[in-house]
Design a binder for this molecule. Sequence first.
Ligand SMILES: Cc1cc2nc3c(=O)[nH]c(=O)nc-3n(C[C@H](O)[C@H](O)[C@H](O)COP(=O)(O)OP(=O)(O)OC[C@H]3O[C@@H](n4cnc5c(N)ncnc54)[C@H](O)[C@@H]3O)c2cc1C
Length: 372
Amino acid sequence: MTGALPRTASTVVVGGGIVGAAAAFFLADRGERDVLLLEREGLGAGTTKGGMGGIRHQFVDEIDVRMSLLAVEFWRDFASFTGSAWDFEERGYLFLASTPAGLAKLKQPLGLYERLGLDVRMLDRADVEELVPGLRVDDLAGARFCARDGYGDPLSALAGFAAGAVLEGVRVAEGTTVRSLAREGDRVTGVRTDDGDVSAERVLLATGCWTAEIAATADVDVPISAFPRRIAESAPLPALAGIPMVVEHESGFHFRPKDGALHFAMPDLTAEAVRERAARRYPKLADLRVERVRDCRYELTPDDHPVLGRVPGARGLYLAAGFSGHGFMHAPATAQLIVEEMLDGRATTLDIADLSIDRFRTGTSRFTGTVL
Ligand SMILES: Cc1cc2nc3c(=O)[nH]c(=O)nc-3n(C[C@H](O)[C@H](O)[C@H](O)COP(=O)(O)OP(=O)(O)OC[C@H]3O[C@@H](n4cnc5c(N)ncnc54)[C@H](O)[C@@H]3O)c2cc1C
């Protein structure tokens, strides 16, 4: 942004990750004027830049599947909504189970998928071999596949949202740190930054794993913590460009093609562990060269689900954070829903009451862990 920070805004969005950029875009798209997006570093500098870019419907809780269905409608038509092209590829997610217990887990949500009209199939070894030739299958008990899943580049999507938002009048200030929230009684009235105070009708915290510290300045307790994760990138392997996201259910090891290489993620990732796992799962990768390992962080809540919605007891304050490893894929749905909550008083496209911060105050969370 050029020029001084405005002193008033209708809505201040704090955080220029995929969620903040998408929310700013949806606010502007709904005709909201005087929206200000504040980011302390550069757009995408937080968790968004480190993600795998995976987009899946294969969750266990209904709200997650519904969020994916809503988001994927948007991802598919991203260019017509935002005016920017991006690289969403619907190549599917292939979950592999190597134990009977793992296979039973993969089968558990099939009824949910059927009820929601989502085509998810169980595969046997021959099907898997056909889908990803060369993958080791002799140790598999079975697999699950959804062709509508896929992947795309998080930073390109963020750029599209941000450009669309700016074209519709949103002011974006990078390099602007929000130090605290301004609170008067039961109302949050704006933000305090190094470049001055901004008063606003609404403040949205889309601040990922930094949300707890900023919410605390308005006496709001948000249980989001940072959890170190890593991604490994291989040397070019163009022959594998078209494969789905492959996920080992039991180990959490997963990989996808990106920019002619493969990107890998797993718990406690090291280059050695990636080489060893990759060679076992895909014998052609016996000589895999890991070119880069990148450090990043998940923004975890105690039940692996985001905090989304208004903050009871702090009028004017809204939260969209703590996506626990799947915030990129859901970003368009998250943004649409939080904007409905802000502008219409309540999200109507989907009921997000279960995602309220209140569940941690009352101990009523009823979600299943979904971290990959
Ligand atoms: C290894 C890895 C793999 C992943 N894979 C996937 C995947 O396959 N699919 C998927 O959907 N998700 C994935 N994720 C998760 C996904 O990347 C995140 O859920 C998502 O990027 C969160 O976006 P966000 O906008 O909420 O947070 P962030 O991108 O962290 O944005 C928050 C922003 O707020 C800014 N900020 C913080 N405090 C302040 C302040 N006081 N003032 C101003 N600005 C502030 C930060 O600088 C930051 O830019 C992965 C994450 C990791 C680490």
